[in-house]
Design a protein around this ligand. Structure first.
Ligand SMILES: [Zn+2]
Length: 316
């Protein structure tokens, strides 16, 4: 799914939402009349060529001067390196919380090793934190902490048009994985705090990390809170959802895998062990991994043809 969707009424001029699917997060491109161009979030690494051409198309002859990330998950920063190669003078600015991991490019701390995902290495020029201001296009955007899904994530708010770039802190219909909880760390509470912050900002429209722009912010907040409350009561439901979502994400990247290779990948990928998805029984992990794949097939999210697992063309 790739489209520069119809601009919702009131979106600041020169702002384009490049709506992608689930493998690549959305990009928000800033290309006003008089300013240099900028982009927030850059998709997954395997879509990097496509991201460069989409950005080229959106900014025309303006140089890209600024690349900003809401957070450093692989689906949000995988195009950074390719964009900087295309526009070498573009600066890359990321949330300050990643500094100790991203400076030495520690892939374990950056979550790429842990999740079995990939990201091309890039160099960071600057950092942002809660309370900062960020010039994007012709406007000044407020920088707000957006913990929960990721402890270091940020969101950007433009107070005149009341536009919020929410990253993965708020989607219209779903709730992103609350990653810290998979490690036994606190995340649900922080996610509630991020939602409260959004409510106080009272955005008129949200440009989310995945999905279309939306204006019924109250409904999205209510739905996210409801899901969070359920996960607080039943944390294993969150873990099961996360495991399934991470396997589907892996298949969105690979499209086709031998069943044995897929289950071996699940068993070997640290996040599933960290989430204690399999218990401690010897051999339990392979069995449980096969059960996850089986349940995704039963739900039609994956298909199996002989020994080959594929993912239907429509993205989840
Ligand atoms: Zn994310």
């Amino acid at each position: 799914m790739l489209r520069d969707g119809p601009r919702p009424a009131g979106l600041p001029g020169g702002v384009h939402l490049l709506q992608r699917g689930w493998l690549s997060a959305n990009s928000i491109v800033f290309a006003g009349r008089d300013d240099d161009a900028g982009v927030v979030d850059t998709g997954y690494v395997s879509h990097a060529t496509q991201t460069v051409s989409l950005v080229e198309h959106a900014i025309g002859t303006r140089p890209l001067s600024q690349i900003v990330n809401t957070h450093l998950h692989s689906d949000h920063c995988g195009g950074n390196a390719a964009l900087q190669l295309r526009w070498p003078s573009a600066s890359i600015t990321v949330p300050l919380g990643y500094r100790s991991a991203v400076d030495p490019w520690n892939e374990e701390q950056l979550s790429f090793v842990e999740t079995g995902q990939r990201c091309a290495r890039f160099c960071v020029d600057g950092y942002l934190q809660d309370g900062d201001e960020l010039a994007l296009g012709a406007k000044v955007w407020q920088v707000h902490a957006a913990p929960g899904h990721d402890p270091h994530a940020l969101m950007f708010f433009e107070p005149h048009s009341r536009t919020l770039i929410s990253g993965d802190a708020l989607w219209e219909h779903r709730l992103a994985i609350i990653f810290p909880e998979l490690h036994g760390d606190s995340g649900f509470n922080e996610a509630f705090i991020a939602l409260d912050r959004i409510e106080r900002l009272a955005p008129r429209r949200v440009l989310p990390g995945h999905g279309a722009a939306f204006t019924d912010v109250a409904a999205a907040l209510a739905q996210s809170r409801q899901r969070l409350e359920r996960y607080v009561r039943l944390p294993h439901r969150h873990r099961d959802h996360a495991v399934r979502a991470l396997v589907v994400y892996h298949m969105l990247e690979h499209r086709r895998r031998e069943l044995n290779d897929l289950t071996a990948w699940i068993v070997a990928t640290p996040i599933f062990r960290a989430a204690n998805a399999w218990g401690t029984e010897a051999g339990g992990s392979a069995l449980a991994a096969a059960e996850v794949v089986e349940s995704l097939m039963q739900d039609g999210l994956l298909k199996c043809d002989g020994s080959v697992v594929t993912i239907p063309e429509a993205e989840m």
